[in-house]
Ligand binder design. Sequence first.
Ligand SMILES: C[S@@+](CC[C@H](N)C(=O)[O-])C[C@H]1O[C@@H](n2cnc3c(N)ncnc32)[C@H](O)[C@@H]1O
Length: 354
Amino acid sequence: MTATDGTAGTAADGTGTALPDAVRHLRELALSAAGAAAVRVAARLGLADALGDAPRTAADLAADVGADPAATLRLLRVLASHGLFTATDDGRWAHTPMSRLLRDDAPLGLRHSVLWATEPWTWQLWPHLEQAVRSGHSVFEDLHGQEFFAYLHAEAPQSAEVFNRAMTQSSRLSGRAIADVLDLAGAEVVADIAGGQGHVLRTLLERHDHLRGVLFDLPEVVAAADPALRPGGALAGRVRLVAGDCRHDVPVRADLYLLKNILEWDDDSTVATLRSIVAAARPGARVMVLENLIDGSPEMRFTTAMDLLLLLNVGGRKHTRQGLLDLMAKADLRVTEVRPVNSYLHLIAATVPG
Ligand SMILES: C[S@@+](CC[C@H](N)C(=O)[O-])C[C@H]1O[C@@H](n2cnc3c(N)ncnc32)[C@H](O)[C@@H]1O
């Protein structure tokens, strides 16, 4: 039994009784898809919404979400081993800070972020990681015959909706911190390029009454922008919604351009996007890039995993600080400052040359 039950006597150095950390971690890593699958099921079933402040049995929860009671118990055990939900002494289940993040009513909830990171297209891509690592290229077009975002909007609109909501959830996490660090002195018009549904732009406009904004993204995304920014919305009078492909043309004049988590595709597209902005902007306009850098921060496990997913889906990457600075230099931008926004996001501030 000891070779498979993981209880004792399997020390790799042959000494032992206790399973060494290295063995335990490696075995867990090899089966970590189970954790991703389990958290996806919890998010899809709405387990976190079914559980309120009072602990409940697995059977009660299963009945509420329409699942098998014994299988729900097994699912809860896996989730609890990762810190989502906890078993009480009398065998019921209670929330933890992590499981509360799966609730739809959590102010900084991550339910859509979890769904997005585990959407069906991700499971189709991971088996091709070996090919991507061998070749250094995305496998997406080989599999689906079109670019990732085109596929998402044309073939998987529900996934596109999940994606957009996930981006909004992740922007909620950092929106205030971004507004705190951004120096908007002298800026009257701010353009958020590939700004998703516009959460960051909305935060800035709500904080600065004098500011006007432009939200630029793909047509389907702009059409589903934050209702406050759309015609009839509270901020609509101060906002212009512009649809297009930022790699080809950014027909927007602004004092300050924001690019948050967009320079993550292939390097040619990154440089093309920056050049589109340089071509459209007046000399002296400011360009603020917000990215998760591969920099040894506490979020490295997330950032490096996302780096591999970006390789698979858009042939892209998360950047090192120097890698990103090199690409900005290729677009002729003058970098003036690099500073952390929070534990996982950096601001790289630049100006458009005269
Ligand atoms: C990772 S999301 C970031 C969204 C937003 N900046 C944020 O941080 O929440 C990338 C965004 O780029 C947009 N996008 C992708 N390709 C684009 C293109 N060719 N032109 C303009 N926007 C594009 C997507 O629709 C999406 O909103």
